[in-house]
Design a protein around this ligand. Structure first.
Ligand code: PMP
Length: 288
């Protein structure tokens, strides 16, 4: 595999960045996780827009145009001979001194890893997933707006570990007010009486690209949608729950906090949305 670093491609073993990069020292940077389907990058413009917003929010001036990043992303896929894959795009603050101040960092670094996709086991999709609410909360927006897709994932990692320690693959994270924010790397949706509910960004949900695609699909299917603060109770009594993300796509949740959700099996709304999503990824991409 060849990895793109600042305009050049390196063999995987030689793809290295400095230990003085503030992305490494402080998590000072941002990233995107993107899917390549049948030679087309899914919603690349939306990913790059989110990256630009994350950069702006952390006062990081991107020294590349959107076109340059887009071209480099497609090139990374081509160089690696990929038709289907997962792309990790990282922008770090760059190499600096040991102090916190980004002023010591001369220039940001752009790293693009385009690799084969490690799909989740098929039983996740066929049987659905059991999840649990964990103690670690999503970031308070006053501390770090959770809409920034930053390199600081430590509380999400702790939430993941807490779920795994209890035998679950995924965790529900609440915000500091106790409302549902999302999962550790996926957005969450509830279905109740034919209506779709999902937490708003203000509740700590990332502006997920898959979340956006699902909202588009719901519109097309004329399924009513409401973005509102959701409690664990709302989830427990939902007819269906599913989670969405670039890597996971759409996964049904069949149990939460020890309560079966709906019939305890993947529900019809999630199945319909999954089928539409599979159609959408075939036509909503940038050819590499
Ligand atoms: N929430 C978090 C915290 C994430 O890291 C991600 C991306 N892995 C998502 C939600 C889903 O976003 P997307 O659909 O853009 O992958």
């Amino acid at each position: 595999m060849k990895v793109y670093i600042n305009g050049k491609f390196f063999d995987q073993a030689d793809a290295k960045i400095s230990v003085f990069d503030h992305g490494f020292l402080y998590g000072d940077g941002i990233f995107e996780g993107i899917r390549l389907y049948s030679g087309c990058v899914f919603r690349l413009e939306e990913h790059l827009e989110r990256l630009e917003y994350s950069a702006k929010a952390i006062l990081l001036d991107l020294p590349w145009t959107r076109k340059q990043i887009s071209d480099a992303t497609c090139e990374a896929c081509r160089v690696n001979g990929l038709k289907d894959g997962y792309i990790r795009l990282v922008v770090s603050r760059g190499v600096g001194s040991l102090g916190l101040s980004p002023k010591s960092c001369a220039s940001p670094q752009l790293i693009i890893i385009a690799d084969k996709i490690q799909l989740y086991p098929p039983e996740f999709y066929e049987q659905g997933l059991k999840i649990i609410t964990v103690p670690t909360r999503r970031c308070n927006p006053a501390a770090l707006p959770p809409t920034i897709k930053s390199l600081n994932y430590l509380n999400n990692i702790l939430a993941k570990i807490e779920a795994q320690n209890l035998g679950f693959h995924e965790a529900v994270m609440l915000n500091d007010q106790g409302y549902i924010a999302e999962c550790t790397g996926d957005n969450i949706f509830l279905v109740h009486k034919g209506k779709l509910f999902t937490p708003p960004f203000s509740a700590g949900a990332l502006s997920g690209i898959t979340r956006g695609a699902v909202l588009d699909i719901a519109k097309k299917l004329k399924m009513p949608v409401e973005e509102k603060n959701l409690t664990r109770y709302d989830a427990w009594i939902a007819d269906e729950i599913f989670i969405t993300g670039t890597a996971a796509e759409v996964v049904s949740i069949i149990e939460m906090d020890g309560r079966p959700i709906g019939t305890g099996k993947p529900g019809p709304a999630a199945k319909k949305i999954t089928a539409e999503f599979k159609r959408l990824v075939k036509k909503d991409g940038t050819k590499i």
